[in-house]
Ligand binder design. Structure first.
Ligand code: GLC
Ligand code: CA
Length: 556
């Protein structure tokens, strides 16, 4: 029997920089994660995915790795990591590390060597191209962080490719030595007990070797074209599976930014031996104006019908063909109550309602640090933000191309920017929310005085306790893991409702995702269902769902 522990698991993501600081340097660290293991055990999670904590110049908060085998001193050292793995295992918690294999930092020894000459061992570790006759970039590809995806290197007199920041050169996966070097790193951490991997932008590792220009639909000089899912992507991922994932029984969840559910099948169908799960981006785009030149900064109100359609499509299309990874929040996403719910009057209700509809689905739910207490977006000023993506996009869209005004950009940033999730964890109401005794590396959300772990525990409306219940339900009821899924009322603009079914057992998961009361006639058909979890303490008229009211009902 294959050990598919992750199918019945809930995984908690830690963004180490912002989790808990033990040495008062203002930066969260590995001993800080260790210190909070009992907290996580109490929540009930099965595994922790730790965002990159390797040696890094921190241009992109660790997603720019200089040495895959070394923990960055800001987080501790390798022994701290080994101890953390050990201490987590003692509590029955697994550890998932983050593998950023599409690119490294430009401060990596591999890149330092590579740029030195065209004929050393590392020369072909990256993607180098000669300038065009006129000295310009090899093609018009744009970086996700704004500007060209090519940067000229004076030493090598060539351009190198980077899908992200210019300090994040892309590795050349065509080179078998690169692939082996990555697999070696994965074996190294496996030898220290790591249980699996979250694979950063893994769908970008294969590049079209013709390096064709992107068709440019806009007036913009650079566009990010469809650079994902390149021609050898499946071959490379399958090789990684055979070399490391399968022999060492390591769980894998890949980040798959532009994959649709039909592409995902090819990545996660167990028969193909590639990945266990992928993170889709599709359901996170329901508040973005399609086709707008300003991309993620062109926000619109969330379209619930679309959200349901997308999630249901992934449920349906992966049925029998693979496993879903379920999430609303991570270190690249804003806080759900602020983004799609109501982070004022109905903070508890909207946090728990979105959690209910997510955790009721078939797949493995991921909880991002702070989500379990209903943390919210800070409403920062532009100068408070730190994120490289936000800054480079601001320069490009507001300052250079002027396709969006500074005011609209800030409005969008407060709603969807990645920094919304990166403010330090709010543990209590002491200075800096108990996150650090020093000066936090990033501004705290000032609401930590009222919104924190201790206050949540003392409240009658505890988001944490609700998450505990959801996690326990998943562990105790096979129907959540294996039951079929059927979306009901697909066109309803306010209600998210679906049915799970297993061997005659039937569960109804329902939420009102609006701030007004809704009467749901459909509930008449479910009069013989009994509530097993709900986010309101008092009963209402059976057919009415109050603002952000959510329930899980079971057929008697
Ligand atoms: C992924 C990460 C993100 C990072 C990017 C480049 O999308 O989640 O944080 O900036 O890859 O590594
Ligand atoms: Ca620290």
């Amino acid at each position: 029997m294959k050990n598919e522990w992750w199918k019945n698991a809930v995984i908690y993501q830690v963004y180490p920089k912002s989790f808990y600081d033990t040495n008062a340097d203002g930066i969260g660290d590995l001993p800080g994660i260790d210190a909070k293991l009992d907290y996580l055990k109490e929540l009930g999670i099965d595994a922790i995915w730790i965002s990159p904590c390797y040696l890094s110049p921190q241009i992109d908060n660790g997603y720019d790795i200089a040495d895959y085998r070394k923990i960055d001193p800001m987080f501790g050292n390798n022994d701290d990591m080994i101890k953390l793995i050990h201490d987590a295992h003692q509590r029955g918690i697994k550890i998932i590390m983050d593998m950023v294999a599409n690119h490294t930092s430009d401060k990596s020894a591999w890149f330092e060597e590579s740029r030195r000459s065209k004929d050393n061992y590392f020369s072909d570790f990256y993607i180098w191209k000669d300038p065009k006759i006129d000295g310009s970039e090899p093609n018009n590809w744009g970086s996700n962080f704004g500007g060209s995806a090519w940067t000229y290197d004076e030493t090598r007199k060539q351009y190198y490719l980077h899908y992200y920041g210019k300090q994040q050169p892309d590795l050349n996966w065509e080179n078998p030595k690169v692939r082996q070097a990555i697999y070696d790193v994965m074996r190294y951490w496996k030898a220290h007990g790591v249980d699996g991997w979250r694979m950063d932008v893994v769908t970008s590792i294969s590049k079209n070797q013709k390096f064709p220009d992107n068709e440019n639909p806009h007036h913009l000089k650079y566009v990010v074209g469809n650079q994902d899912n390149g021609p050898r992507m499946h071959e490379f991922i399958h090789e990684m599976n055979q070399e490391v994932l399968k022999p060492f029984e390591m769980m894998s969840v890949g980040e798959a930014p532009s994959s649709k559910s039909k592409d995902a099948r090819l990545l996660v169908d167990p028969k193909r031996e590639e990945l266990n799960m992928v993170f889709t981006f599709e359901h996170m785009h329901v508040d973005r104006k399609p086709g707008d030149v300003n991309g993620r900064w062109a926000i619109q109100p969330m379209d619930l019908v679309q959200l349901k359609k997308t999630l249901a499509n992934w449920q349906d299309n992966l049925e029998g063909h693979g496993w879903n990874a379920l999430y609303f929040e991570n270190h690249d996403r804003a806080r759900t109550p602020s983004r799609w719910g109501n982070d004022q009057e109905y903070r508890y209700e909207s946090a728990t309602a979105f959690a209910t509809v997510l955790h009721g689905l078939k797949g493995t739910p991921f909880v991002y640090q702070g989500e379990e207490i209903g943390m919210t977006n800070p409403k920062f000023e532009l100068s408070d933000y730190e994120d490289i993506e936000l800054k480079t996009n601001y320069q490009k869209l507001v300052e250079q191309e002027q396709t969006i005004s500074a005011t609209d950009f800030l409005k969008a940033a407060r709603k969807i920017s990645r920094d919304n999730a990166r403010t330090p964890m709010q543990w209590d109401d002491s200075d800096n929310g108990g996150f650090t005794k020093g000066k936090p590396w990033f501004k705290m959300n000032p609401n930590y005085l009222e919104l924190n772990v201790v206050a949540d525990a003392q409240s009658t409306k505890s988001v944490f306790r609700y998450y505990q219940s959801l996690i326990k339900l998943r562990h105790d009821n096979h129907i959540l893991e294996s039951g079929s899924f059927k979306l009901l009322l697909p066109e309803d603009k306010n209600i998210f409702v679906y049915l799970r079914e297993l061997n005659g057992e039937k569960w109804l998961v329902i939420a009102n995702l609006s701030d007004v009361e809704q009467r749901v006639e459909l509930l008449k058909d479910y009069a013989d269902y009994k509530e097993i979890l709900g986010n309101y303490a008092t009963d209402s008229d059976g057919l009415v769902l109050r603002p952000y009211e959510s329930k899980i009902l079971k057929k008697l």
